[in-house]
Design a protein around this ligand. Structure first.
Ligand SMILES: CC(C)(COP(=O)(O)OP(=O)(O)OC[C@H]1O[C@@H](n2cnc3c(N)ncnc32)[C@H](O)[C@@H]1OP(=O)(O)O)[C@@H](O)C(=O)NCCC(=O)NCCS
Length: 146
């Protein structure tokens, strides 16, 4: 297992395709809806296994001290095998290196316990995606910042 940014055009295709299939397609969203206007400036992380991407996540640096994790998705057949945890730990270590003291994210209700196990706490209920997926704003601050 290797975690790094996609590099070749075919790796980028696998990267966005996984994001689409896990986070958009089940809600009948169009291809393309899995991307936004911040892709170029964001940091992208993919978990590779045997040349295939099995999990993805994105980190947006909002300012000198705050990072925001977006578009976390693990291939369905690989969910529940600690891959998401490994990817989040990798992204959190990157935040630490970059002195980002606070990490925020909007978690789908179903994923809240996953992030709580990683040390995040709910700040507030946030938006409803596609009219049905309740999200919660969550954050994790560096121990010394609590
Ligand atoms: C949510 C998601 C990213 C978690 O990744 P994962 O690889 O399946 O989770 P892991 O196996 O790494 O789980 C790590 C820990 O969280 C727990 N966990 C994971 N998902 C959970 C859930 N839905 N409810 C309760 N606990 C959960 C695991 O039991 C595990 O606990 P442990 O450390 O005590 O063993 C992944 O399941 C996923 O992509 N789901 C569909 C898309 C989605 O909802 N993405 C998140 C958008 S905010």
């Amino acid at each position: 297992m290797e975690i790094r940014s996609p590099q070749t055009p075919s790796e980028w295709e696998l990267y966005y395709d996984l994001r689409y299939r896990v986070l958009r397609k089940p809600w009948n969203q169009l291809k393309g809806s899995e991307r936004d206007e911040y892709e170029e400036e964001a940091a992208h992380f993919a978990v590779f296994q045997d040349l295939v991407i099995i999990a993805v996540g994105r980190l947006d640096v909002l300012n000198d001290s705050v990072g925001k994790v977006r578009y976390m998705a693990v291939e369905e057949t690989f969910q529940g095998k600690n891959i998401g945890k490994a990817l989040m730990e990798f992204i959190m270590a990157r935040c630490e290196q970059e002195n980002l003291h606070t990490i925020i994210l909007h978690a789908r209700e179903i994923a809240v316990p996953f992030y709580e196990r990683l040390g995040f706490r709910i700040v507030e209920k946030s938006h409803l995606l596609f009219g049905e997926i309740q999200h919660y704003l969550m954050e994790k601050k560096k121990a010394s910042e609590n």
